[in-house]
Design a protein around this ligand. Structure first.
Ligand code: GAF
Length: 396
């Protein structure tokens, strides 16, 4: 991934080496270093916790966790970017969030312990390079890199989907954000050059190659969102209310995934308007995601673009998780040379848009969309030229 030049790529390597040295300076030993990426979601928004389909890709922004064992039962957690140094007694870990960034690390430790897995005293140094609150899943990147780091100390090996599940549980139960599995899963399983279509019920997935010559351009509105605040959890509760209603009409419904468009439309007037709007988004977004995976596979970018456009409108009007700045950023892309499709990405209420842009036009697109957005809002945005990257792992 790079900004307007290839600077970020070179910086990343320097950062990784720097993290090693920094750790040694602070803790006096050499660490092992683990990396987990953030993600963009091409389509399939707010479908994961409804047992539906998503199509994300891991991107080059990552969180790094350097770790080395301690002889005592302490967990000492520092960061290069985030404020505060934390020290916990492993045998008396807090049971609930302490209200700081270290909650994502603690949450993972706490779930590992609940699962009866051994935890060893450790020093950790975190370097978070995923923009925070931008909808690029900085939390999942921190959870997954922490999980890899903790497991390495005790030599425990877990299949990647299990790591993704334990990280989601950490965020659900410890941090209190009732997120689905998408972000943790893609952070673990991403593959360079590919998005992947994930069935969030069975966790079966299929890699979908991103057509050659296409760049992922991520535009940050600079409006921050916070998933742990109420709106995300409220959407989830509204979906659950929908499921309870549909299950009365059709007992085979266990999640919105099971609601067909026909059943949805039959009951358009039987549900409170807000609940119906939420259900309508999810049911149709699932269909759009499957359709988009087919279209991307066959290189039908015009169709992918249409589906992304419909997805954004649905998130804006039915699911009501967009905001003025996201809408303006989506509009700002329209008509720019090389633009194939765009929409808000992630939980919403701020954050980023994802745009599919022909590679040869990407630099110019980045410049022009930033100008248009600034004219419309007065806000100086950040635009990242990304490609799909590999999921989490250890650095050599
Ligand atoms: C956030 C959540 F973490 C995901 O699980 C998903 O629900 C997404 O919002 C919306 O699609 O990123």
């Amino acid at each position: 991934m790079h900004g307007y030049s290839d600077m970020t790529m070179r910086m990343k390597t320097i950062n990784e080496i720097h993290l090693d040295f920094h750790f040694e300076r602070v803790f006096g030993t050499r660490p092992r270093v683990f990396r987990a990426p953030g993600r963009v979601n091409l389509i399939g928004e707010h479908t994961d916790y409804n047992d539906g389909f998503v199509m994300p890709a891991a991107v080059g922004f990552s969180t790094y966790v350097a770790i080395a064992p301690r002889q005592d039962r302490k967990l000492v957690v520092h960061s290069e970017e985030f404020p505060g140094n934390f020290e916990f007694d492993l045998d008396h870990l807090p049971e609930k969030r302490v209200g700081a960034w270290c909650d994502y690390v603690l949450g993972v430790a706490s779930v590992l312990r609940q699962q009866g897995r051994e935890l060893a005293g450790a020093n950790l140094l975190v370097s978070g390079k995923v923009p925070i609150g931008a909808g690029l899943s900085s939390s999942a990147a921190l959870e997954v890199s922490s999980a890899f780091a903790f497991l390495s100390l005790t030599g425990n090996h877990l299949p990647l989907p299990e790591i993704a599940k334990l990280c989601r549980q950490a965020e659900n139960d410890f941090v209190g954000a009732k997120v689905g599995i998408m972000d943790q899963f893609v952070s673990c399983m991403g593959k360079a050059g590919h998005a992947f279509l994930l069935d969030c019920r069975s966790l079966e997935f299929k890699f979908v190659p991103i057509p050659a010559g296409l760049q992922l351009v991520v535009c940050n509105t600079m409006v921050k969102h916070d998933l742990a605040t109420g709106a995300y959890n409220t959407r989830r509760e509204e979906c659950e209310a929908g499921v309870r209603a549909f299950a009365k009409w059709d007992p085979s419904v266990h999640a919105l995934r099971d609601v067909s468009v026909v059943l949805l439309d039959e009951h358009a007037n039987d549900l409170p308007a807000t609940i119906w709007k939420r259900c309508s988004h999810v049911v149709r977004e699932n269909a759009r995601t499957l359709d988009a995976a087919r279209a991307l596979t066959t290189g039908d970018l015009a169709r992918v673009g249409e589906l992304m456009h419909e997805s954004h409108n649905s998130l804006r009007d039915l699911y009501e998780v967009s905001c003025r700045e996201l809408d303006l950023m989506v509009e700002a892309a329209e008509g720019l040379p090389g633009f194939c499709g765009g929409r808000m990405t992630g939980g919403g209420f701020g954050g980023c848009t994802i745009n599919l842009v022909r590679e040869e036009n990407a630099e110019e697109f980045a410049k022009r969309i930033a100008e248009r957005y600034r004219e419309a809002t007065g806000i100086r945005s950040q635009v990242y030229l990304c490609s799909a990257e590999d999921g989490a792992g250890e650095l050599n």
